[in-house]
Every structure is written in C-alpha cells, then in structure tokens.
Ligand binder design. Structure first.
Ligand code: TYM
Length: 330
C-alpha cells in the first residue's frame, strides 16, 4: 500500500530556532520513515518580508543544510526549494481566483504582521493561498506544523473544499499534525509571545546555530516566574513551563520526570542544566551543518534531485487542475 503523504516547510528567513526545531523539524525527522515526506524551503514565502538578495540566497542553502543536519534523510524524504518548482506559484494564483478577499484579511498572521508596518504588501495578504498550493499539490494527508500555522491549515482545507465543489473532486483535505507538547514554544524574553525568527531581540530565541556561550547566556537571562518551584503550570508559571517543555522535547524525558529531577533545585540550577542540554544536543547538528555547507556540491545535488521528484508530482496535479478549470492543455 502506498504510504500516506506528509508535506511541510520552513521559511527561508534565517535564524532557524529551537521553536521551529521542536514544533516542526523534530516531527519531520520522526515521521520520515513511515510517511512519504515532501519537505521544502519556503523561499517565496520569505519574500513577503523585505530580504537582501545575497542574504536570502545564503538563508535558503543554510535552511536546506539545517534540514539534513537535523536528521532529514534525502533517501527517505523529498527535500527541495519551493521556488524551483514553479507549479507552487501557478496553483497559488489559481487558488487566489476562488478565494474571497475577506477570508485572507481575517487571517491572524496577516492582521498581526500588517499592524507592524506602514506599507502592507499584497504578498503578505496572499501568503495563505501559496501555502495551500504548497500542500495541495502533493495530495498531502498530514501537515506537521507548529500551532501558529493551524489557521493556515484550516484555510487550506476550506479552499480545497471550495475547489472540489466548483470543479469536481481534485484535492484531499489535509490535516494539521501538532505535537501534544511543544506545538508552541514561547519567547525566552517574554513567555506570552511565541518564539519567533522575526523577534526584535535575539534574546527571544535560541537559534540552532547559536554558539555554546550564546546559548548559556540566553538561557541564563531567560525570564522566569515568581516563586521557586520547578513546576509545570502554564497559567501560573508560563516561563518555567515553557523551559520545561523545551527541556522535555530536547531530552526525551517527560515533564513529570523533570519535575521530580529538579524538585529540590533552584531556577539557576535548572537553567544551567537546560543550557548544557541544549549545547550537547545542538553541537552535533551544528557540526553536520558546517560539513554540509562546506560541501555545497553535495547539497545542491540533493536539492536538484528533490526538485525533480517534487516536480513529477506537481506537474501531474497541475495538468489535472488546468483541465478541470478550462485552460488549454493541448
Ligand atoms: P515558519 O518558517 O515560520 O516556521 C516553520 C515551522 O516551525 C513552526 N514554528 C513553531 N513551532 C513551535 N513553536 C514556535 N515558537 C514556532 N515558531 C514556528 C511553524 O509552525 C512551522 O511549522 N508558513 C510556514 C511555512 C510554510 C509551510 C508551507 C508549512 C510554507 N508553506 C506548507 C507547512 C506547509 C511558516 O511560516 O513557517
């Protein structure tokens, strides 16, 4: 029987952090054997924020290297760059033509991001239709993502349904796959906001490529709560609970187990142990990342191969879509 399909991506916006790792990449790695995975670098989505072209090119390759350094295996999963499969943009456009403006204007990410800037770009508004295209092209069953992407997944299901009822059944309605714990890692400097690449202060996140002394420093100054106990209580102790979730995801130990391990310990001791753990777990990833980035030829070969595999599927889907909506296909 054919494997079920999973599709997911990270934006090529630099500073891939442990929120991305825990919420998304850890899931990709865990699921890659059981499912047919398509994992790509969303470089076109990164363009919805101003980017320096030279830096963007580096971020794209860096993110691809990080995928593999974190354990994605090109023998198991298809790894590619979004913009190298132009069918993403084509389907994105077509989905725009059946999407009411109001649905896009209502998206939380659009509302949040557009509040922060004067000139709101159309690309930011149309972000979800491109994301829906990314997913629907590959007939995804499941989409492993962090909680911040749930609304986009709901939108994807809605637009798939709309297309199917207008033109005949074409797309599967994919489901989001969220981690029970770790689906939303909060900022180290403020546990009421999510950890985000776009955060103003780098003290908000631990980047996967942060140096050991940087990791130690950021964890040391991470916000804590009043009281002394290391206890999971997201309402009364949001900061410590967030650090416990990070500890648990990075160590594989349960939160209960960690609460008893740190029962008699101070916040400072807990944080110091967490910093050591992060350094220990991120160092091999950083080492492998460096090796991959220094062997650019090998990396490009993987991406080229991924592009070809992805495009085979994407072309078949687009031929069907083009026929159904009435474009000339001869
Ligand atoms: P991006 O690059 O913002 O984030 C990549 C993945 O990391 C998850 N994530 C988090 N998880 C837990 N805690 C956090 N603080 C945290 N921050 C981010 C995100 O939910 C995501 O799973 N729109 C997507 C990229 C994308 C995509 C797609 C994803 C484009 N096309 C198709 C899935 C399918 C994004 O901005 O990811």
């Amino acid at each position: 029987m054919a494997k079920e399909v999973i599709v997911s991506a990270i934006q090529a916006s630099g500073n891939v952090h442990i929120g991305n790792y825990i919420g998304a990449i850890q899931q990709f790695v865990k699921l890659q054997d059981k499912y047919q995975g398509y994992f790509f670098i969303a470089d076109l989505h990164a363009l919805t924020e101003p980017q320096d072209p030279e830096k963007l090119r580096k971020q794209i390759l860096d993110s691809a290297a990080l995928y593999m350094a974190c354990g994605l295996d090109p023998k198991e999963a298809v790894i590619f760059i979004q913009s190298q499969v132009p069918e993403h943009t084509e389907l994105g456009w077509i989905l725009n033509t059946i999407t009411p403006l109001g649905e896009l204007e209502r998206m939380t990410q659009f509302k949040d991001k557009s509040k922060k800037r004067k000139n709101i770009l159309a690309g930011l508004l149309n972000y979800p239709t491109l994301m829906a295209a990314d997913i629907l092209l590959y007939d995804a069953d499941l989409v492993p993502v962090g909680k911040d992407q749930s609304q986009h997944l709901e939108f994807t299901r809605t637009v798939a349904r709309k297309f199917n009822s207008k033109f005949g059944v074409t797309f599967k309605e994919p489901r989001a796959l969220l981690k029970k714990e770790g689906a939303l890692i909060m900022g180290l400097d403020n546990p009421s906001n999510k950890m985000a690449k776009s955060a103003q202060s780098p003290n908000n996140y631990i980047a996967i490529l942060d140096e050991p002394n940087e990791i130690q420093r950021k964890i040391k100054i991470a916000v804590t709560d009043s009281g002394k106990e290391i206890k999971y209580d997201p309402v009364k102790k949001p900061a410590i609970s967030n650090l416990l979730i990070i500890y648990s995801a990075m160590s594989g130990k349960s939160i209960k187990n960690l609460e008893s391990k740190f029962k008699e310990k101070t916040y400072a001791e807990f944080k110091s142990s967490l910093a050591d753990l992060l350094v220990e777990k991120l160092s091999p990833i950083q080492k492998e990342y460096k090796r991959l980035i220094e062997n650019k030829g090998e990396l490009l070969k993987v991406l080229n191969n991924g592009k070809e595999q992805a495009q085979k599927v994407a072309r078949t889907t687009m031929l069907d879509v083009r026929k159904k909506i009435g474009l000339l296909c001869e």
